[in-house]
Design a binder for this molecule. Structure first.
Ligand SMILES: Nc1nc2c(c(=O)[nH]1)N[C@H]1C(S)=C(S)[C@@H](COP(=O)(O)O)O[C@H]1N2
Ligand SMILES: [Mo]
Length: 229
């Protein structure tokens, strides 16, 4: 692991985030710089990643997870909530919480790492993002996922991370329903991305062919796009 060289970062004044506090691997750099469409070899490398070792349930430290919400806390009506899945898919979806609850449920205990310099072991539960994307049927042209949130937060991911077996659309946290401040009704959770990639209050997943100038709320301020752990 080597520390990423941060070049030309233009983070707006007043931000308390500490840049470059996370060690990131060379693969993330290679992928971040890859020309599009994604070089097949890099994609294969990413997809061959083994599941990350999980922690024990008794290692969860609920107080260590600090709430980080930059645009306020949106309150979504669970009954009217819909997750839209569209873009380069064969079957666009509009999923209610009942639809998500009907899919196979998974849980894991992982470390959440925020670039600001704190980390917390958290138990997440929910459905695999891969299961939802396979229901929608990703087109072979789809290389990235654009993620919209109800607070106007935005991020984009590589598809390989979205398909990782430990990437969840989480509806539960530490054995209870996901609290609103932590992203209820649905947020992203994965052990292979930094905290700012883990969008809360997710409302839309759009499969896209290539990265556009708008890459994400923090990514567009100079934070690394891949942000792998
Ligand atoms: N929609 C949305 N998602 C978000 C954020 C946010 O402000 N809005 N903050 C991010 C950051 S920087 C971190 S570290 C985690 C924090 O998750 P938590 O508030 O559940 O601890 O959410 C991420 N996802
Ligand atoms: Mo964060």
């Amino acid at each position: 692991m080597k520390r990423r060289q941060w070049l030309g970062l233009g983070v707006s004044g007043g931000s308390s985030l500490l840049l470059g506090s996370c060690a990131l691997n060379g693969l993330s750099e290679a992928v971040g710089n890859a020309t599009q469409p994604l070089n097949e070899r890099i994609e294969a490398l990413m997809q061959s990643r083994n599941p990350v070792p999980e922690f024990r349930r008794d290692q969860v430290d609920p107080d260590a997870l600090l709430v980080n919400s930059f645009n306020g806390v949106p309150r979504l009506d669970p009954l009217r909530y819909r997750l839209r899945v569209d873009g380069l898919v064969s079957q666009p979806l509009n999923l209610s919480l009942a639809d998500l609850a009907a899919l196979p449920q998974h849980d894991f205990v992982i470390r959440h790492v925020c670039v600001e310099g704190w980390a917390a072991i958290v138990a997440w539960s929910g459905v695999r993002l891969a299961d939802v994307l396979s229901l929608a049927g990703i087109s072979s042209l789809g290389g990235y996922l654009a993620i919209d949130s109800a607070d106007q937060y935005f991020s984009t991911w590589d598809i390989a991370t979205a398909l990782h077996p430990q990437t969840l659309l989480a509806t539960g946290m530490n054995g209870a329903p996901l609290p609103v401040v932590n992203g209820a009704p649905v947020r992203l959770a994965t052990p292979i991305k930094l905290g700012y990639k883990l969008s809360k209050w997710v409302t839309r997943l759009e499969v896209i062919a290539s990265l556009e100038p708008r890459r994400g709320t923090w990514e567009d301020k100079g934070y690394e796009w891949f942000a792998g752990l």
